[in-house]
Design a binder for this molecule. Structure first.
Ligand SMILES: [Zn+2]
Length: 662
């Protein structure tokens, strides 16, 4: 049994076919994802630690140093950073942040997953030292929050709505589980288990306990991870409690505000939709508020729906999934168009240039989609997981692993670039930990079935019906759709292999040991199912046509009407100034233009580009005129598009996803 197999599961009423991800060390990725993981292991993980130190985060958590107080000196940003990061960052001081424990948690998690890829004793030593500080900081009763112990002592559990207290606990728990699994070191896991015990003693349905939950969801999914790692069912029950309690009346955030002498109506964000506590979760049917919070909540709900076989949660999740994916999702898998609430606005409101589309939100969608697959393979979720993975999330990390996007717009006039750090540094460690753990997103393992959610050159090791199995994927995915899967059980073993047939694929063929399988009869919910007694050397060949496609938005999306986006397989494309000259808005792509794909091994680490003959409106001969009764002349132009995730890795300039048609 792997560490991710919950002892607790036996006691819960879980559905028979719960699919759980394989732990990170059981999947070695090569090819496309191998390059990304290498960049994180070689550069990002160390950079995250260094930037946390530069931001003076050690001072906040180290009990051997004086408390930093509310304002501490901070490193001076370069002029470029200052431009990107706004006024709050441009001075020589920065306010300490109440969510810094979460940045440590995600940094520890990224480091942990990176250690599977690449031993790094120096980084491990640094992380051990951070863990020692948390060990020293932890109070007798198990409580642990650098903010409430060092910056605002005496105020613990007085403002769950705004202050990220349980959110920070959640990220440190995730870091603890990852670090234990990566290094075998229990120290942080023991620290966080003690803290989780304290939280379980403080919150819950029993008389005398607080009836609260966190304004920023995260603790729910983290407690599920902790329950799975330790086998302690009470952590799972506590996660369920936080989910069940959310949005119940009397409203906890109202009562909590009154208790600290505040007017509940003076809430900065006006509505509890901001943190998804406006209604009990089972009554929610619209995705609202802060996008990352929503994704984390739904991830936790999906875990609980899986572990408890809870159909009422599942029904709510399906409604919410429909709402998000049919009205509020960018074609890149980005979400949350507005900077104001870092989240959702109204249906079909998907502005391109001002898209907030936080990296963390796309990462959160990957988390949610992946957890929906716990209830069984279904391409409706896996296709969207793939889209968010290959586009709106990894766009947040430069190809070399050193620079980060917070916002991921679909159009830029040339001023949007990756930065080294951010005053709210949630995104860098979030994309870092997701990429470093990508192997665990590839598969779902059930009692007698394995689902292949993602394709790519890789080796997976798992145990099914007591038999160790090695599964090797050989593929140049996502550049090429041919995938060979070798199934190698130590002894013959019967199970079902589910293979995703992506909805974007127009033509797919599947062979088992050279014999063609009828995909129409074998496929349900977008997965082909092959049940047989597998023997060493069995070979499955899946050929997915890497179709190029023009995508059009629902005409209710005012920003995209008359426009077209280009895709190939799971990748969404964009045009950049460096390939196409400036004035990308003047380019038009005729409906009849032929799209061509080109392998370019020396471009952007090796990508497939798309090209077509389009036209470009001439601005040069307009002189001083602003308006004329004749349309501008247009010249034929060859346009070249690159994968969206890879933009802004070369000369800075304009970028555009939705091209004018015409
Ligand atoms: Zn973020």
């Amino acid at each position: 049994m792997s560490a991710s197999q919950p002892a607790a599961a036996a006691e819960t009423a879980k559905p028979k076919l719960a699919f759980r991800p394989l732990p990170v060390p059981q999947v070695d990725v090569r090819g496309f994802w191998g390059d990304r993981v290498d960049a994180v292991a070689a550069r990002t993980a160390g950079i995250l630690y260094d930037r946390c130190v530069e931001a003076r985060m050690l001072e906040q958590i180290d009990p051997d140093r004086p408390s930093p107080g509310v304002v501490i000196p901070f490193h001076s940003p370069s002029p470029d950073e200052a431009d990107e990061q706004g006024a709050e960052f441009t001075g020589s001081t920065v306010t300490t942040q109440m969510f810094w424990d979460s940045d440590w948690g995600k940094t520890i998690e990224t480091a942990a997953y990176s250690l599977y890829r690449r031993r790094n004793p120096e980084l491990e030593k640094k992380i051990d030292a951070v863990i020692d500080m948390y060990g020293k900081l932890q109070q007798e009763d198990g409580y642990l929050s650098s903010w409430y112990q060092r910056i605002q002592p005496g105020l613990r559990w007085t403002n769950l709505r705004d202050c990220h207290e349980l959110y920070c606990a959640g990220h440190l728990i995730e870091g603890a589980v990852a670090y234990y699994q990566a290094t075998g070191k229990r120290k942080l896991l023991d620290i966080m288990s003690r803290y989780a015990d304290h939280i379980a003693d403080t919150f819950g349905p029993e008389p005398g306990k607080r009836k609260g939950y966190c304004g920023h969801e995260e603790i729910e999914l983290a407690l599920v991870k902790l329950a799975r790692a330790t086998g302690e069912k009470k952590y799972m029950d506590l996660a369920k409690y936080f989910i069940d309690q959310r949005g119940q009346q009397p409203h906890y955030f109202d009562e909590e505000a009154r208790a600290r002498g505040a007017d509940p109506k003076a809430y900065h964000f006006k509505t509890y939709e901001y943190n998804q506590s406006h209604k009990p979760v089972r009554e929610q049917d619209k995705v609202v508020g802060h996008a990352v919070r929503a994704m984390y909540l739904f991830s936790g709900m999906a875990d609980i729906a899986t572990e408890y076989g809870d159909d009422s949660l599942r029904a709510a999740l399906n409604r919410l999934w429909d709402d998000l994916t049919t009205k509020s999702l960018y074609v890149t898998g980005g979400l949350g168009p507005s900077a104001h609430n870092e989240g959702f606005t109204s249906d079909y409101d998907l502005p391109n240039e001002t898209a907030y589309a936080e990296t963390c939100a796309s990462v959160g969608l990957v988390f949610w989609a992946n957890r929906m697959l716990g209830m069984g393979p279904n391409a409706r979720y896996a296709d969207m997981m793939e889209r968010a993975l290959y586009n709106g999330s990894i766009s947040g990390l430069s190809l070399d692993g050193s620079l980060f996007f917070y916002e991921n717009p679909l159009e830029s006039r040339g001023g949007h670039h990756r930065w080294k750090w951010h005053r709210c540094p949630c995104c860098p460690p979030n994309i870092g930990r997701m990429v470093a753990s990508i192997g665990s997103y590839f598969y779902g393992l059930a009692d007698d079935a394995l689902a292949v959610h993602l394709y790519g050159d890789s080796t997976a090791r798992f145990e099914i019906a007591g038999q160790p199995v090695t599964l090797v994927q050989t593929s140049n995915y996502p550049w090429d759709g041919a995938v060979a899967v070798e199934v190698g059980p130590e002894a013959p073993v019967e199970f079902t292999l589910h293979l995703r047939i992506p909805a974007w694929c127009r033509k797919a063929t599947l062979k088992v040991n050279g014999k063609m399988l009828d995909l129409d009869t074998a496929t349900g919910d977008g997965y082909a199912a092959i049940r047989r007694e597998w023997q060493k050397g069995d070979r499955v060949e899946l050929d997915l046509e890497m179709s190029m496609a023009r995508l059009f938005a629902n005409p209710q999306v005012r920003q995209d009407i008359g426009r077209v986006a280009l895709a190939r397989g799971p990748l969404i494309y964009c045009v950049e100034e460096t390939d196409n000259g400036g004035g990308l808005h003047r380019i038009a792509l005729p409906r009849t233009a032929r799209l061509e794909a080109h392998k370019e091994p020396n471009l952007l680490g090796g990508v497939v580009t798309l090209s077509a003959i389009g036209s470009k409106a001439e601005a040069e001969n307009w002189g001083a005129d602003l308006y004329r009764p004749e349309p501008p002349a247009a010249q034929e132009t060859k346009l070249k598009a690159v994968p969206y995730f890879a933009w802004d890795n070369r000369d800075p300039g304009e970028m555009l996803v939705w091209l004018r048609e015409g």
